[in-house]
Write a protein that binds this ligand. Structure first.
Ligand code: B12
Length: 350
């Protein structure tokens, strides 16, 4: 197959468009052929992974959020991305000359592809990588670390709702004497929650992680490093209450919704189910915000949800009522109430 790539040409918009077309069409063979041809033309594997495959995945996210692509179409597109990434990996063998890294997504984190991209970038830079995949429960991670003895652990977290589990995993790695590099947007802008949760390093992108790990990593004697100062405040009473009462909070909010938002009374089964999922997201993002004491986690989520719902024809008043229904069940919890009130005030029309 011939391409317009040219020797050492970066990914041009034309190539990116051609690849996105193949992804949109669910054409795994075509996508595999395209990346193979690019490699043969001398395009660096890193550019294919980050710019082509990663760029298309981000575009897929926008198309899903704007309600232009269904969940099924997103799944098919991601499957193409996984296959294209595997094709790049199969055609680029690099012998491990650095240490060994265990790479896992935190418990409950199902975005495996970004971590897989990082795994390939690290391999290309000479690391031996044990890629453990999506949603790795903390205790299984630790058993694996004891069995394989890596030099460091890389933890991926795309959603802030997984931060409490990320904290548990980081704490367990630390107790095992292993340094953790954290990454993924779940750790917040500039990775600001990573350090608070005890990670020794954070990187925004796979390429940044490669540079970081190649220079002064891993640090020695992790157990001697000082603990983050405010770690003791993580997961206070409000968080614990919310985490424990989550099912009841959602059930009560759903039972009352049609009274305060009458259109919900006519919802079909699928609409009721997705509304209940949205209530779950409200509870989970609120819990994460309480856990790390960062109201912005919840505010960002509400802004994002407003956009997603509006592209599906759901008015912000529905979200407002959902937030109020949760708030009214948390009267004795001042931090949660303040976050919910700020979120209600932030909605359009206020
Ligand atoms: C595919 C996808 C899924 C798939 C994942 C399948 C898979 N095998 O990966 C599935 C269907 C499982 C999924 C589910 C959900 N998803 Co989703 N998903 C995506 C999508 C479209 C692509 C993800 C991806 O591959 N990104 C590509 C890479 C390139 O992104 P990247 O961040 O640049 O990756 C780099 C860095 O993050 C970094 N990095 C990553 N990990 C690490 C680790 C370390 C140690 C380091 C140093 C660096 C590092 O390196 C990467 C490479 O450079 C994104 C859109 C997006 N913008 O990413 C949404 C997205 C992440 N999902 C989103 C949501 C909301 C969800 C769901 C909650 C949806 C729902 N209603 O149920 C669930 C949550 C599931 C869960 N608990 O994990 C939102 C998150 C928004 C938010 N507020 O946080 C996004 C942004 C979509 C959107 N536009 O709104 N999703």
């Amino acid at each position: 197959m011939t391409t317009a790539a040219g020797t050492l040409t970066p990914i041009t918009p034309r190539i990116a468009d051609a690849y996105l077309h193949l992804v949109a069409d669910g054409d795994e063979i075509g996508a595999t052929e395209l990346v193979s041809a690019l490699l043969a033309d001398g395009v660096p594997a890193q550019r294919i992974i980050v710019d082509l495959i990663g760029g298309a995945q981000r575009r897929v996210g926008e198309l899903w959020a704007a309600n232009r692509w269904s969940v099924a179409r997103e799944h098919a597109a991601t499957a193409v991305g996984e296959r294209a990434l595997a094709a790049v990996a199969a055609r680029t063998t690099v012998h491990a000359t650095r240490g060994r890294i265990a790479l896992a997504c935190v418990d409950g984190e199902w975005h495996g592809l970004p971590a897989r991209m990082l795994a390939e970038l690290l391999r290309l830079d000479g690391w031996r990588v044990d890629f453990l995949g999506a949603s790795v429960p903390g205790r299984h991670l630790i058993v694996h670390l004891h069995q394989t003895g890596p030099d460091a652990v890389a933890l991926s977290c795309m959603l802030p709702t997984r931060l409490p589990r990320a904290h548990a995993a980081i704490t367990a790695c630390r107790a095992a004497g292993l340094p953790v590099i954290a990454g993924g947007p779940g750790f917040g802008p500039g990775g600001r929650y990573a350090e608070r949760l005890g990670a020794q390093a954070w990187a925004a992108t796979g390429e940044e992680a490669v540079i970081r790990l190649a220079t002064d990593w891993p640090p020695r004697n992790v157990t001697d490093l000082p603990l983050p100062e405010d770690e003791a405040f993580l997961g206070d009473e409000e968080y614990t209450h919310l985490a424990r009462c989550r099912p009841q909070l959602i059930a009560t909010a759903m039972a009352r919704l049609a009274t305060v938002y009458p259109p919900a009374g006519d919802y079909d089964a699928a609409q009721t189910e997705s509304t209940s999922e949205d209530m779950g997201h409200i509870a989970d993002f609120l819990a994460a915000a309480l856990y790390v004491g960062e109201p912005d986690i919840f505010l960002d989520f509400v802004t994002w949800t407003t956009t997603v719902l509006s592209s599906r024809g759901v008015p912000s008043t529905a979200l407002r009522q959902g937030l109020i229904l949760i708030r009214d069940q948390l009267v004795d919890f001042p931090a949660a109430t303040a976050m919910l009130n700020a979120a209600v005030r932030s909605l359009p029309g206020n």
